[in-house]
Write a protein of this length. Structure first.
Length: 286
């Protein structure tokens, strides 16, 4: 039998359609199988009593347990079922092992993290935890690992990168907590910047430009805090600095303090204050 060009094209298109449809159905099936369970009952090893997890209309869970150990074990299971890849990425970033899954692009980041030695610090913290806190940390890790052990299909991120995450440990939980410390500490960048500023600018000007407190802190704590509280505009220091470098006074930027006690220079830029934080797989405070 001789196939005509139109018949060949039809066969090719049919094969491509079937292959695309099959691939799409496979991907959808894998995604559905990796979704967390929100209904029914499961048996979670180590639970002392029954634990209930209720989800509201927005998918926000509420854990009801008779003791903290069971609550932390359920919390670990819950976090792993929804944030497993984020959790693994966080601990790898802190331990300096991102390159094992992401390749050469993250080698420099891994080198920096290993020099800091935060994995060792996390291990030392775990060793010094009071027995009660260590028990809760272990319960959380056991909950995470319970989810890992029952996974038949890994979440799509792991499938795409071709690896299976290692079991969770108390040290991993401390690593993730230390990641927030590192983010807020900025790995010493702020300290280096302040050192340069104090060596090149008048001290009162640096204090004015870099306050480490704000009115919200005062409202929360009931008193000013920090090493560099907000101070009035150091007009004399600014004028002296400008004169030293041959600059004339710039109208609108250097002003005398107002009778109301203004502590900010007049600038053409609007002020904006805000903060945000991504979800982290850490235990709620006891």
């Amino acid at each position: 039998m001789v196939l005509l060009p139109k018949q060949i094209a039809a066969w090719v298109l049919t094969v491509l359609f079937v292959a695309t449809l099959s691939t799409g159905m496979t991907v959808v099936t894998l995604l559905l199988l990796s979704l967390p369970q929100e209904q029914g009952e499961i048996t979670l090893a180590g639970l002392g009593t029954k634990v209930t997890i209720d989800f509201d209309a927005h998918g926000v869970p509420t854990i009801s347990a008779n003791n903290r150990s069971d609550a932390y074990r359920a919390l670990g299971w819950l976090h792993a079922s929804r944030r497993l890849f984020q959790m693994d990425l966080n601990r790898r970033r802190m331990a300096g092992t991102l390159s094992a899954i992401l390749g050469p692009a993250t080698v420099s980041m891994d080198v920096t993290q290993r020099r800091l030695g935060l994995s060792r610090v996390a291990g030392q913290i775990v060793d010094r935890l009071p027995p009660e806190q260590r028990a809760r940390c272990s319960a959380y890790a056991q909950g995470v690992n319970a989810w890992l052990s029952r996974l038949s299909v890994l979440p799509p991120e792991f499938l795409a990168l071709g690896y299976r995450p290692a079991p969770w440990s108390c040290q991993d939980t401390l690593l993730v907590i230390l990641s927030m410390f590192q983010v807020l500490d900025e790995i010493g960048d702020q300290e280096r910047m302040l050192t340069v500023m104090y060596h090149t600018l008048p001290e009162e000007l640096v204090d004015f430009l870099t306050p480490d407190t704000d009115p919200l802190d005062t409202l929360l704590l009931g008193k000013p805090c920090g090493h560099r509280p907000t101070v009035p505009t150091p007009v004399k220091a600014i004028r002296a600095l400008m004169a030293r470098h041959g600059h004339q006074q710039i109208s609108g930027l250097v002003t005398e303090p107002s009778p109301a006690g203004s502590t900010c220079p007049t600038t053409p830029f609007p002020a904006a204050v805000g903060a945000s934080a991504s979800p982290l797989p850490v235990m709620a405070p006891a």
